[in-house]
Ligand binder design. Structure first.
Ligand SMILES: Cc1cc2nc3c(=O)[nH]c(=O)nc-3n(C[C@H](O)[C@H](O)[C@H](O)COP(=O)(O)OP(=O)(O)OC[C@H]3O[C@@H](n4cnc5c(N)ncnc54)[C@H](O)[C@@H]3O)c2cc1C
Length: 423
């Protein structure tokens, strides 16, 4: 196949990986991004937080060699200025020498080994700008900002890419719209259902917030501690996205809000937050995990009286009592974004039981992790895209999170690189 004109839909981590490789091959590359410019926010970890992981145990189901992961991390870090590069926080979660490995393991947890580097939300804009500047100065790359692609359709052997005021044919199309681009992906797979390999998982849980001193040693040693455990309910429960001195934030969707967390490169608060998530998978006849996660999130918003989340202390959660007064831990989420309530009214029993067992066990390893006035924000949801088949069509590829095969910056970027290298 001779490729001359390529469309890249979305400009996030996967697109960066793809373009950084394909740019050298001399094709004509058009990048379509719905945000109005490179700085505009979109729901994307490449614009918020910026923790880069190197791990075989997390980030996606692709087999990405460690040297490619390392290449991706170096690529982003070299985009920082000299002093910022020196300030990148780095650590290893559960190296075999860590005293914590056995402490968690003996209580039934599976510690996840990963190496990571934290850039910080405040530094991401300049990293993105540097990448953008490198791409845009190349004669064969053209950016189209503020263009939301709403359809991708085969036309003979070529592919039509359509937006409100745009309709053009390309030789090769790479869809890289992340999870926020699910509407476009849904539209494509409705027309080409043979692309779907499987669809059945959503992760649902809470964001947990504790004082820094409780996890000081853990944070100092590994910055991000990652453990998972099979609860008595049969659900796999895991920690995710630890933010030392970080902030809890709302994640805004069109018709509901959920909770998330991030941190800047400089310590800003006296709390650490991380997610506790349960993986929920379904079998026939149900096949709408996104619908399930959205429904539960909306229920949380209804009880919180609008576009807000519920906040409860751990003790009240265990006692199934609405929280009316907080204790020593001060929320980092602004108080107009939450309402004190009872998370048990929102989470399905199986998830609530799994989470309380998980926190109780965490407290057996680090007692402060089960202090009664620690904070639980609900709902946190991680949606996964359908797993899509990239071998089905020679000139239509899905890269990064929208392919269902990645869920991290490193994996999404590496996926883009690998598809480009095979082009
Ligand atoms: C709040 C938050 C924090 C995160 N923090 C981290 C972290 O610290 N470390 C980590 O490894 N992972 C993190 N993640 C996950 C990480 O962001 C993703 O795994 C990664 O960015 C996926 O890359 P992607 O290119 O597939 O999608 P994205 O990076 O999301 O990029 C997709 C792009 O496509 C654009 N787009 C969507 N639809 C259309 C359309 N129809 N037309 C044109 N453009 C469109 C979007 O605006 C977006 O710019 C975080 C995610 C979130 C939501």
């Amino acid at each position: 196949m001779i490729v001359t004109k390529i469309a890249v839909v979305g400009f996030g981590a996967a697109a960066i990986g793809f373009v950084s490789e394909v740019i050298k091959k001399g094709h004509q590359i058009h990048i379509f991004e719905r945000s109005k410019d490179v700085y505009s926010s979109s729901i994307s970890g490449i614009r918020s937080d910026g923790k880069l992981f190197m791990s075989n145990g997390m980030g996606g189901d692709l087999d990405i060699p460690m040297e490619v992961q390392r290449e991706v991390i170096d690529y982003y870090i070299t985009k920082l200025g000299d002093s910022d590069r020196e300030n990148v926080k780095t650590g290893v979660s559960f190296s075999k020498d860590s005293e914590y490995f056995e402490m968690f393991y003996s209580k039934g947890f599976e510690p996840v080994n990963s190496h990571f580097f934290h850039i910080g939300t405040d530094k991401l804009a300049s990293v993105l700008k540097k990448i953008y500047d490198e791409f845009v100065t190349s004669k064969n790359v053209k950016f189209h900002f503020g263009v939301k692609i709403n359809n991708v359709i085969f036309q003979d052997k070529k592919i039509r890419v359509q937006a409100e005021n745009f309709d053009e044919v390309f030789d090769y199309v790479v869809v890289a719209v992340g999870r926020s681009g699910h509407k476009l992906v849904n539209r494509i797979v409705e027309r080409y259902p043979e692309l779907v390999l499987s669809a059945n998982v959503v992760d649902i849980g809470i964001r947990y917030e504790v004082p820094n001193h409780v996890v000081k040693k853990l944070n100092e040693e590994m910055y991000e501690f990652k453990v998972r455990m099979r609860a008595k309910t049969g659900y796999m429960v895991r920690t995710f996205c630890n933010n030392p001195s970080g902030k809890v934030v709302l994640e805004k969707y069109d018709d509901f809000v959920t909770v998330n967390g991030h941190s800047n490169s400089r310590a800003e608060t006296s709390n650490t937050n991380f997610a506790i998530l349960c993986s929920t998978s379904f079998t026939e006849p149900f096949n709408d995990p996104v619908g399930y996660g959205s429904y539960i999130s909306k229920l949380g918003n209804i009880l919180a009286g609008g576009r807000k989340v519920l906040l409860q202390t751990y003790e009240d959660f265990v006692k199934c009592k609405r929280t009316k007064k907080l204790g020593r831990v001060k929320p980092t989420l602004p108080n107009d974004a939450y309402v004190l309530g009872d998370v048990n009214l929102v989470l399905p029993r199986r998830i609530a039981l799994s989470i309380s067992e998980f926190i109780e066990k965490l407290g057996e390893v680090v007692p402060g992790l089960a202090y009664p006035d620690n904070l639980m924000y609900a709902v946190e949801v991680k949606f996964y895209s359908n797993k899509l088949d990239n071998d089905r069509y020679e000139n239509l590829k899905f890269i990064g999170d929208c392919s269902g095969h990645t869920r991290s910056i490193t994996y999404a970027t590496a996926h883009g690189k690998m598809i480009a290298r095979n082009l």
